[in-house]
Design a binder for this molecule. Sequence first.
Ligand code: SF4
Length: 969
Amino acid sequence: MAELFSRDPLHDPERSSVQGTEVKTTTCYMCACRCGIRVHLREGEVRYIDGNPEHPLNKGVICAKGSSGIMKQYSPARLTQPLLRKPGADRGVGEFEPISWERAFEILTERLGKIRATDPKKFALFTGRDQMQALTGLFARQFGTPNYAAHGGFCSVNMAAGMIYSVGGSFWEFGGPDLERAKLFVMIGTAEDHHSNPMKMALGKFKREGGRFISINPVRTGYSAIADEWIPIRPGTDGALFMALLHELIEADLIDRPFLQRFTNGPQLVVLDEGEREGLFAFDPDNGPPGDGRNPHNKLAWDTRSQTVVRAYPEGNEEGRELALEGHYQLADGTRVAPAFQLLRERVATTTPEWASAITGIPADRIRRLARELGETALHQAFELPIAWTDSWGKRHETTQGRPVAFHAMRGLAAHSNGFQTVRALAVIMSVLGTIDAPGGFRHKAPYPRHIVPNYRAFNDPAMVKPNTPLNAAPLGFPASPEELAVYADGTPLRIDHAFSWEHPLSAHGMMHNVITNAVRGDPYTVDTLMIFMANMAWNSTMNTMEVREKLNAKNEDGSHRIPFLVVCDAFQSEMVAYADLVLPDTTYLERHDVMSMLDRPISEFDGPVDSVRVPVLPPTGECRPFQEVLVELASRLKFPAFTQEDGSRKFKDYPDFVVNFQAQPGVGFLMGWRGKDGTEHLRGEPNPNQWEMYAKNNCVFQWHMPEDQQYMRNWNQPYLDFAKEKGWRQKNDPVQLAIYSDTLQSFRLAAQGKTQGRQPPDALRERVATYFDPLPFWYPPLENAAIDGERFPLSAITQRPMAMYHSWDSQNAWLRQIHSHNYLHVNSSTAQAAGIADGGWAWVESSWGKVRCMVRFSDAVEPGTVWTWNAIGKASGAWQLAPGADESRKGFLLNHLISEELPLGERRISNSDPITGQAGWYDVRVRLSPAEPEDEATSFPQVPTMPQTPGVLGGARKIISYFASKKS
Ligand code: SF4
């Protein structure tokens, strides 16, 4: 036994634990929650990692993933040196030669320099679950390419956009349920481990204090296991449930009328007459141009007291007014109008519980009871906090109204092609109950709320893609009208992923999932260099995985690759690495500086902004370099204006120097704590050369508590809005009225109907845009349903992330693999038995697009029409330095093989995504089950050839084993 272990163990547990011991604080990155951690080192080696009790987010709590960071650090799959594909070697076979960093930079500088000097859009940068989009986005913008995005289009952009376009904020980093004061908590469409430690801590306290927790989900695992009640629902039907809840709430008048009148666009009058103003808000011509998503306040309302039309602002909110939410009216010129809320009322008139029951599988009576419970808790168990605040129209509210109904939702709603309108429907429910930024309801986190529509336009001018010239806007943003789309004059997409085109106009996070397919097809053009950071596009970050792998190696007739140069930056030997022409070895989170910035994705709390950093607690392994350093180096060598002094010398020594000294606007940088030359200013101030040291001395985190009277109702809390503008978190300080009705969506619909003079979609897309850009929420079946034979494929197949692993990062983690090294398909026992499949047996799962073979587990914690599994557990043989016969490849499997990244649209194909936001519809897939035949191999299908060992990979699995040895052999 002793020979099994290395003679050179990493640690000898019998040695003194005191000598040479030190503790360093930093921020976890074993998932995206970003808890504070303490890394305990002895003589430079990590002994263990625990939670930092002084960190505001996790208060010392750590999860299995977080404490297993040590095994990520010492993973045998670590890449350690830059690699260049050998001349003549095919992509995918992994034949590389090691090169120096200087050589890697020379190759990149020469290649990217030429692209930038000729046609910058031929460079595409797409990143996975990184947390530095303020830097990666800046790099793309300075390069001059619009072809940039992170992973959000694949993840949950429907959640972000659906909420932001409705209430100005969204769940998770941007806001969440106030479980401190909620009495009823409804979690819907949330995976078993989303929001991890912070959610678990809040939920535990909520339950201990007697809160009622209802989980609505096709699957009852994770959080749902401790719910007081589980309401199973069919995937992709949540929107129908929400529409029925709205029907019931409005019918029973269980709505917050004063809130709707003052704080939403519910009373604003919508034009009913046909024409170019049809469905838009009526306006006062003497008060400037008509309101729109950028300037939303020139609107009208009907005052029932005076029986006249008044300006919605400020007159509509004067004392003594009573704005109508219902009815039909005429303006002085005869124009027929109705309040937006009236149109919502009409919309939900037919969305009865019986109608929704047939779609969702939830009994109608249960829907009725749920609606009543929501409404009665919000309105009849309401409370007031003794916190006075002042709204945007100068009214002093002596108390703050609590509405103790909180929701949390995520990818279960988002990853469907009807997700945007579904999320809109949820946001409207939250609005009619008056829960937005109210105690006990949904609360924003700084820098949210944003303007509706946010004041961040995406780059959209083809003429501004110019050699050696930065873009005049960021590549990503929030379009407010057809004029802001990124299209050529004929409507052709400007971007390689087709984001912000007529195909997916509001694709605020880009569409990473379509880049490879489009680039290989040359649609709308080919690219020269595709740089991928931390995204496993050759495996679990794509739909239609096997074809994507072929596309990565696709060639022209002359033998050159369709995507001529592929750069992959990753810390581990993922499946994607084998396809690279150039591999850049990244560091782990323990080896680098990082920022969780207000310019990007901070870790703010409800009561104020919070940002944090990572600092290196270990030197880089081998020749690894942080990707941030690579970008700063490249930007300096390519002489991007923001990275270059007037005399042509580089502006920033390295990434830490960049973080300290870069200013997005005067006094506003990546970090908001300890600014000013001597570190005495916070939130805004001059750069501080010692800022990193100050973060390091303060647990790597900076927290700012807003005064109590600025912690709630921030959409309309004028002192807060003024403060937020002053600190650079927002561009305007005007109120953010909730969009019960979206005139922004209507502006796209009018264009599609040919009723406006401006930009119009290509004819092939007119009907699609006119259908889905409905200003009021509605439910429609997922788009895949129309492309397949529903009778042949009667089951929905979905995935979720396991508690113990975050994406594919942890499949090589020696500790976490002890928890699970392969996945099963979880099937309701009645469904499995009807298909003739035994518990633990092998089965075929087929969709219209592909098939997989996997092991089945019976589970009555899944509704009968759904099957599910964990994502990213299945691996290609040999990837991640797992042994070729490892469970992950022999028994593990991916549902991705069953999903198509495109659907037919007339004669052509279009992304299998939400038609509004471009969110990948990967939870829409429909499947059928059959037992595997006895002669079928007892391995998962499909299998791929074993990946060869990548040169320079750390290896050393035996060292890991020796970690567990009690002493040297
Ligand atoms: S919840 Fe996420 S960030 Fe927090 S300790 Fe666990 S893995 Fe780390």
